[in-house]
Ligand binder design. Sequence first.
Ligand SMILES: [Zn+2]
Length: 439
Amino acid sequence: MSTDTTLEIQSTDIQAKLLARIDEKRDDLAALTSDLLKIPTLNPPGECYLEICEYLEKRLLRHGFDVETVRAYETPGDSEKYPRWNVIARREGRYKGECIHFNSHTDVVEVGRGWTKDPFGGEISEGRVWGRGACDMKGGLAASIIAAEAFIEVCPDFAGAIEISGTADEETGGYGGVAYLAEKGYFTPERVQHVIIPEPLNKDRICLGHRGVWWAEIETFGHIAHGSMPFLGDCAVRHMGAVIAEMEETLFPALYARETAMPVVPEGARHSTMNINSLHGGLAEPEPDFTGFPAAVVPDSARMVIDRRYLIEEKADEVKAEIVGLLERVKSRRDGFEYNMKELWQVSPTMTERDAPVVRTVASAIHAVMDREPAYVVSPGTYDQKHIDRIGRMKNCIAYGPGILDLAHQPDEYIDIDDMVDSAKVMALACQKLLMKDA
Ligand SMILES: [Zn+2]
């Protein structure tokens, strides 16, 4: 028997042990998810971050991790009442090697209406765990913890390191979470070589990245006058109407005509898109208990916020120039048209290479666990990969985790326990492939 074959048998043997160990941890996985869901980490405003960090710290210390809790001082939303706490745990292996990092956000969005389950009850029934954040993304966090614990138990002599982080504020931009940690050096190619973000993209899909974002506020101006003599004023809302008409006529068809080579899902998002987030003009909305009439005034200001999502084939300055060009066209045709445009937020598109090490490793693990090829996708919206890429300079990063993206932010959110078990298996095999010298 050649040495190669011996190693192969050992590796298959370890693989079988890992998969069996995760099956044994099924109840632990469901209970851990349930516990995490009982901590109502609502954001905004950013509740209970310290509580969830302490819960994770206690658990990971028991499994031999070194644990740090880090507050993102003076980031947006950070205050004594709502401090932005993050937890980073690291388990060193026996030998030198590479580090694989599992990053999950701990925050959840508001509950909203229409629930039949207690959103913070952590109910386990029908093979699911229910609650706000079950799929986005406490189920993914729990799966990565179980995967790491199983791997450490079965392969105590691994090389390199495993890191698990629970970070704040992803739902509001990630500035008090991953962005802060990346700035402090927690995500650098020197410290971390592989990053998996267990967002709910389905257990057999690998998410390579996301489209870009460009937000701006457009204001049109007018001249205030009595509403009975509008010809003495100049209506800012009519000017804004001309902007929208121009968007309908030229911009939206042009955006739709652009199509990306990025495998974005859903397919509608393979085109460039733009949403008009809000539109305000004229008198401020009255308080709900105000019973009087509005005043007769010609509006002298109208404001619109736009949310433009762009493709990897487009550049941020082209996106901006296109809107400025549109406003200038309207200006050239309309008397008295004055505008102001303020950029609010920009995120560059990012896409990890299909043959990057973490992509190939997770693809082969999906094949081993589910006997199928993964689908490669790109997210229509952004997530924390943007900070890992731009601030951390880490290109070897994907999102991979259990759960159905469509359920995120919905009432009666849940995660299937079977899906968590399968994706924990994939994560554990990824650890084996990356951290076991002979695997
Ligand atoms: Zn999420």
